[in-house]
Design a protein around this ligand. Structure first.
Ligand code: SAH
Length: 350
């Protein structure tokens, strides 16, 4: 693979540029272009000879946009990115009143095997690099210009805490003035609950919001739908959350996808409230996005409402997450899964 310039700090980029025998000030010019989502042909203030030289060694953007699906319902845009080795990953641009959010993938596929999630249907193929993640942000930011991405959510395909080296490097980079300078408080990272890595994140000194996919009030229910719950107990996950809150002063957000007859009863809501009592947290209820490959069904609107009201009555801060992009394969991994399926059937019919 070519050298990826997009995830490099100014220091690293300067070292790389000078190692090619070029003056250090070229690094700043190059970086200004890279973070605008530019390709080599856009970089008009750089000498053609320099571009020719670095083109053979490095990629400008480590990802490119290969599909773009706009939702007619709410302005959400789902992007499919192509990577240099031919893999594809998803990203979603979401428009809210408070600004534009970009939802980012952290791995090609996912190894966690959650029963309701399309990202994990074919397992994990590889981790994304910091350069690829930064590049996707730059390309998305370019698309929304003259506005800009204000919030980042690491909630696309993949388990970010199963790729801590690249994800942490990416977080430090994207929050810096060399890059998009996105405030850490405007970044959410979602995990299925890996306690050791949650501790490490707490020690990184980043003020990001930690979201934890709970999806059940106890080990028994979590184990039915999340294989990782057989490795880490809910108590260990919640202890890691308490540590995160204590270290960062930030409240933790719990994600809870409501699945009919699995985790949506009022008993489940009461048990959840009991477990979270006294914790500085918020519960995000998510109506399950149907994934055709999976047999699980979304809870009814009435049941979602009852679950929400039960949590609130027990003094747990909770809201129902607005569903965006339902008409464009909005759920994690759905667009990529759809493309893989089309490719397979095309290959089959050839
Ligand atoms: N691996 C991380 C982040 C990726 S998924 C994690 O597990 O948190 C982002 C969120 O979407 C998670 O809460 C995940 O459980 C949820 N999700 C996945 N598939 C879904 C579906 N079909 N419907 C609703 N939420 C889903």
């Amino acid at each position: 693979m070519k050298t990826q310039l997009t995830g490099m700090s100014m220091n690293q980029l300067t070292n790389w540029v000078t190692a090619q025998g070029e003056p250090a000030f070229r690094a700043r010019q190059l970086n200004d272009w890279l973070k605008k989502g530019a390709h080599f042909e856009d970089m008009r203030n750089l000498p053609a000879s320099l571009i020719e030289k670095i083109k053979s060694l490095a990629s400008a953007q480590a990802a490119r946009v290969i599909e773009r699906h706009g939702s007619k319902l709410d302005g959400t845009e789902k992007l499919l990115f192509g990577l240099e080795d031919g893999h594809t990953v998803e990203g979603v641009i979401m428009r809210y009143h408070h600004g534009i959010s970009f939802c980012l993938s952290t791995q090609v596929g996912c190894a966690m095997g959650c029963a309701f999630c399309a990202s994990t249907l074919n397992g994990k193929l590889r981790d994304l690099t910091a350069g690829e993640m930064a590049s996707m942000c730059y390309l998305a930011n370019r698309m929304v210009s003259p506005s800009a991405i204000g919030n980042l959510v690491l909630m696309g395909s993949g388990e970010p805490l199963d790729n801590t080296k690249e994800v942490f490097a990416f977080l430090h980079h994207i929050t810096s003035t060399d890059s998009l300078n996105i405030g850490a408080r405007h970044i959410s990272l979602s995990t299925c609950g890996l306690p050791d890595q949650m501790h490490r994140l707490a020690q990184e000194g980043l003020q990001i919001t930690l979201s934890v996919s709970l999806h059940g009030p106890n080990d028994e229910i979590r184990q039915q739908i999340m294989p990782i719950a057989r490795v880490h107990t809910i108590d260990a996950v919640l202890d890691a959350c308490r540590y995160y809150i204590q270290k960062t002063g930030r409240r933790v957000v719990f994600e809870y996808a409501l699945i009919q007859d699995i985790n949506d009863s009022l008993d489940n809501a009461q048990e959840l409230a009991k477990r979270l009592r006294g914790m500085q947290c918020h519960v995000n209820l998510i109506p399950l996005n149907d994934v055709k490959e999976r047999s699980l069904r979304a809870s009814t609107k009435v049941q979602v409402e009852r679950f929400l009201n039960c949590l609130k009555a027990l003094n747990i801060s909770a809201t129902v997450r607005r569903q965006l992009g339902d008409d464009i394969f909005g759920a994690c991994g759905q667009l990529r899964a759809q493309r893989l399926k089309t490719q397979l059937s095309e290959e089959g019919s050839q």
